[in-house]
Design a protein around this ligand. Sequence first.
Ligand SMILES: Cc1cc2nc3c(=O)[nH]c(=O)nc-3n(C[C@H](O)[C@H](O)[C@H](O)COP(=O)(O)O)c2cc1C
Length: 216
Amino acid sequence: MENISDKILKIRSEYGDKALVKEDLNPDPIKQFESWLENAIEIEASEPNAMAISTVDSQNNPRSRYVLFKNIVNDSLVFHSHYESAKAKEIENNPNVSGLFFWPEIYRQIRFEGVVSKASREVSDEYFKSRPRGGQISAWASDQSEEIEDREILEQKIKELEKEFEGKEIPRPKFWGGYLIDIHYWEFWQGRKNRTHDRFSYSKVDTEWKTVRLSP
Ligand SMILES: Cc1cc2nc3c(=O)[nH]c(=O)nc-3n(C[C@H](O)[C@H](O)[C@H](O)COP(=O)(O)O)c2cc1C
């Protein structure tokens, strides 16, 4: 049987050859991000708003997971999660995060680094209200990141909550809400032929963004 490294040797995708030049970049990286995300949505990229977020725990052990980007508030990227989850504790201990978007269909990656804070009650409530009831109940039911003996326990809890909230509006749990990522470093990567990609970074210098081309 062919081993995994032989299989991988046969994978040799080329990453298109769409040029990315400095003149095409918006001087505001949030606008540039929006424009790339819009492109990804237009071409129906898979899970276009999925972003990987990396935190560090109290032992400086780096930890990554995907979350869904949901909004831009005060020029910060918003995602929603459990406020007592592992990631929440890590953010409390060290609010510095890095993150990624990857849209393989258009050979684009965005990297960012920033500082996380909790979103306002209004931002969290507004999004929670927009969630389907199933997602609202699931937020109540899950002690995110805690060990759980059996899936049955979770399903039982969901049944009880469905009864409890029957015919009622489901309030947002206090332990669940939004986070804002205030980004001070962005990197936009456009895959190109022969691994000779285009890559630009934006760094915040005082209040201005400095954009430079990086070697791929
Ligand atoms: C595509 C995708 C999107 C996800 N979106 C979210 C999200 O928006 N919020 C969230 O708390 N977890 C989300 N998750 C689950 C997280 O990756 C993770 O398992 C969970 O938040 C627990 O992480 P933690 O133990 O590091 O806190 C998503 C997972 C995937 C694969």
